[in-house]
Design a protein around this ligand. Sequence first.
Ligand SMILES: Nc1ncnc2c1ncn2[C@@H]1O[C@H](COP(=O)(O)OP(=O)(O)OP(=O)(O)O)[C@@H](O)[C@H]1O
Length: 224
Amino acid sequence: MRPLLEVMDLVKTYGEGEAETRVLKGLDLQLETGELAALLGPSGSGKSTLLAILGTLMKPSSGKHVMLGEDLTKASDRDLTEFRNRHIGFVFQFHHLLPDFTALENVIFPSAVRAGRETWAARERGRELLARVGLEKRMDFLATKLSGGQKQRVAIARALMNQPELVLADEPTGNLDRGSATQVMELIAEINQNEKTTFLISTHDEKIADTCRRRIRVSDGLVE
Ligand SMILES: Nc1ncnc2c1ncn2[C@@H]1O[C@H](COP(=O)(O)OP(=O)(O)OP(=O)(O)O)[C@@H](O)[C@H]1O
């Protein structure tokens, strides 16, 4: 069976000339559909850079990036945007919710912007997702009225809105207390189990990594 995604000999450098920094140095990685994987590595090892490339938010300097059989290294910016919208969800350390909007509006907003309107189906899916992350009673709360853990659960619901095959999470529990972090990881594990959504989660926290079935360690620009 072909993997969900594969990167081969991935190189990323920032800057030029004397200021050039080679962050990824020929990295290889495969992720299968349904994996729940932690991405570990010291600060500055290139985890966020790798997530940005896998999320098609940044282009590698060289190497190959294939997902769902599509060679993304050859795709135009426009095709990458469409691919990202259809297949990839993102969760960040800071939830990036819009403060003046409700939990439900935050979940459906990205799809409404893309569709150019807010559809009834999107509202239904938004409600369903918020119920799934345990926030059925908080749907109409403004984002500012939610706790840190609740905001991060809204961010997870938002990431799932378009039924992505892959969710990339950059330190999703980095800003949460231990209890909320555990709850968020339990939720991710449940979604992974029930829907076979693939998760790649960067973290510095070994306890968080322990809740994932696979550990991927980045060191000096390569996967160990
Ligand atoms: N836009 C940029 N321009 C220049 N250098 C950059 C840029 N973004 C990242 N870097 C450098 O690339 C290296 C890897 O950064 P990256 O953020 O990918 O690491 P990380 O493993 O995610 O770190 P952390 O765990 O601290 O978040 C660092 O040395 C960083 O300074």
